[in-house]
Each structure stands twice: as structure tokens, then as C-alpha cells.
Ligand binder design. Structure first.
Ligand SMILES: Nc1ncnc2c1ncn2[C@@H]1O[C@H](COP(=O)(O)OP(=O)(O)OP(=O)(O)O)[C@@H](O)[C@H]1O
Length: 311
């Protein structure tokens, strides 16, 4: 018998006034996997997650989590899902460990709170009121609150934003262990290394629509080689168009910033010679010229035309 997806979004449309935030989105998440939802700022990721979590009712289309409707079946679903709490007024004066213990008590079979707190380095700030926690500490506490109830599905919105490298690594390991224990994880992230390391499936959305889906390998496979050109001072006006003209239609030139460009296409000696000659003509000095197969960051850039949002 075919298994139902852990999360299924069909034809979801969500608006804020006239603004269409989610525009007919379809998305299915298989059980026991980690799925990453990527997209530029404002793509509709958080709105989609909040609809799956039952905070918002679909305006059009449908959402099912573990086969249930997140708003109509909220009582049945809530004990089975984990959501990373973001800072809210209600918790502002509550101490970190009190908050975690309180949330653990709401669940029938919570994880060992002290072990989890040790794991995520929360004991050091256990007596600190929520509003006084650093951004990274709030993130770690939010993650602990999401997983303490042994959920079947965990939704985490930018789980490692603002975390130091050690906390990021611990978070990745925790999410991987959850998957190994049969939990389904849905996360949003702006970090391509995070998506590449963790995700079984990646969905890239832009302007509320799905623009690409697949495994990290599917998304980066084949395609074209890329050259990243970084120069020492800003390009003169019209530089991307003039380089595009010099290189011809086989190659696509995408500006990344005022000092960097992505050149996708056959990265052969002709292309390299043309780029070098163009730099000389424009009077710009290359700082670096990196040649390689495209990675997830290049795919994101090619598909969305936008560089990665930086925290
Ligand atoms: N409460 C709200 N009221 C009005 N507009 C909103 C509201 N929440 C989100 N939006 C708008 O809806 C669109 C989608 O926002 P959403 O937060 O879902 O995107 P996102 O992909 O999570 O973005 P980010 O990566 O910046 O967190 C954006 O244009 C945003 O400005």
C-alpha cells in the first residue's frame, strides 16, 4: 500500500491584502526524510510553513500533515508535530529552562530535558529570561522546544540563523539523528551548505511558486560549468550586458554584486580568453576567476536571478 506523504501542500494560495505570498504551491514531503525549502527573501517559505503548522488557514488549496488538516484537526495534530518557537511576548520573562520544562510537560513522552539541554548547550543560560537570550541562544532553545515532545514531523524555519559554527554543527547532527529515528524534518534555510549536507529533497520557491525540486545531486547535476569573476573595484555601468555581448548567446552572464559576476556556459579557453580581454578593455582588474562545476548556490542564482540572502 503506498504511504501517504508526511506533508502535502496542494494548490496553496495565500495573500496578505493584495500581495500574493504563495501562488498555487504544490509540495509533498516523504516520511522519515529531511526536506529543505529554499528561496529568496519574501518567496513565501515562512507563510507556507505557518500554514502547515496550523497558524494560518489555506485561502485556496489544501494542506495535510500526517493526513490531517492542520487547522480543523489541530488538537489531534499538535502533539504529533514540533514547531520551532520564535520569540514572542508571552515568553519574554520566562527563564530558558523553565520554558523548556513547561513545554516538555505538555507532552506525553518527552525527551529527557536535561540531556537535551546539555546537548544544545542550554544549561549555561538556563536561568536567563527569554528576552535576554542572545539570538543564537533563542534559536537553540527554539529547536529544543520543537523536538522535546518527540514529534513525528518537525518544522524548523531557518534553524541555524545566528548560531555560531559549533551550535550549527550540533543542530545538523541533531536533525540527522531525528531523521535516523524516523522523524520527518521540514526546514527553510538560506545556507546552501546546510541544504546540501542535510536535505534528501530540496524545493526552491520564488514569488510563491515552485521553480525547482530534487535531490541536491539532481539539482546540481549536468548543467553548465561556471566561472565566478570577482574584480577589485565596482564594474563600470552596463558591464554585464557588454560582457554578455562579447561572450555571445552560448554563455549567460548574471550579476551577483557590483564586483562579481557569474558566467555559466562552456568554460573553455575561448570563454576565458574573452573574459580576460574584456577585463582589460574595461580597465577592471580581476581579483579572482574561479572555474568549477555549478553548486547549489549557482543553481539558486541561475533560477531566481538573486544572490543568496545574507543574515
Ligand atoms: N503578516 C504579513 N502581512 C503582510 N505581508 C506579509 C506578511 N507576512 C509576509 N508577508 C509578505 O508575504 C511575502 C512572503 O513572505 P514570507 O515571510 O512567507 O517569505 P519568506 O520566503 O519566508 O521570506 P524570508 O526569507 O525573508 O524569511 C513577502 O512579500 C512578505 O513581505
Amino acid at each position: 500500500m503506498p504511504t501517504i506523504p508526511a506533508v502535502e501542500v496542494s494548490g496553496l494560495v495565500m495573500r496578505y491584502g493584495d500581495k500574493v505570498a504563495v501562488d498555487g504551491l504544490d509540495l509533498a514531503v516523504a516520511e522519515h526524510t529531511i526536506t529543505a525549502v529554499l528561496g529568496p527573501n519574501g518567496a513565501g517559505k515562512t507563510t507556507t510553513l505557518e500554514t502547515c503548522e496550523g497558524y494560518r488557514r489555506p485561502q485556496q488549496g489544501a494542506v495535510r500533515v500526517l493526513g490531517l488538516d492542520p487547522t480543523a484537526d489541530q488538537r489531534a495534530l499538535l502533539p504529533r508535530i514540533g514547531v520551532m518557537l520564535q520569540g514572542s511576548g508571552a515568553w519574554s520573562g520566562v527563564r530558558a529552562m523553565e520554558m523548556l520544562r513547561h513545554i516538555a510537560r505538555l507532552h506525553a513522552h518527552p525527551l529527557d530535558v536535561d540531556l537535551l539541554a546539555d546537548r544544545l548547550g542550554l544549561h549555561d543560560c538556563g536561568r536567563t529570561p527569554y528576552r535576554r537570550l542572545s539570538g543564537g541562544q533563542q534559536q537553540r532553545l527554539g529547536l529544543a522546544t520543537a523536538v522535546v515532545g518527540r514529534p513525528e514531523v518537525v518544522f524548523v524555519d531557518e534553524p541555524t540563523a545566528g548560531m555560531d559554527p559549533l551550535a550549527r554543527r550540533t543542530t545538523w547532527e541533531l536533525l540527522e539523528e531525528l531523521r535516523a529515528d524516523g522523524v520527518t524534518v521540514v526546514l527553510t534555510t538560506h545556507y546552501m551548505d546546510e541544504a546540501e549536507r542535510l536535505a534528501d529533497q530540496i524545493h526552491i520557491i520564488d514569488q510563491g511558486r515552485m521553480i525547482a525540486s530534487g535531490t541536491p545531486a539532481d539539482l546540481t547535476r549536468g548543467g553548465t560549468a561556471t566561472i565566478r569573476l570577482v574584480v577589485t573595484k565596482p564594474f563600470p555601468p552596463g558591464a554585464p550586458a557588454s560582457l554578455q555581448e562579447a561572450l555571445g548567446p552560448q554563455v549567460s552572464v548574471t550579476p551577483i554584486s557590483d564586483v562579481s559576476l557569474l558566467i555559466a556556459g562552456p568554460a573553455d579557453s575561448t570563454t576565458l580568453a574573452t573574459v580576460a580581454g574584456w577585463c582589460e578593455l574595461q580597465g577592471v582588474l580581476p581579483e579572482s576567476l574561479n572555474l568549477g562545476q555549478r553548486n547549489l548556490e549557482d543553481v539558486f542564482l541561475e533560477l531566481t536571478g538573486k544572490d543568496l540572502p545574507r543574515d
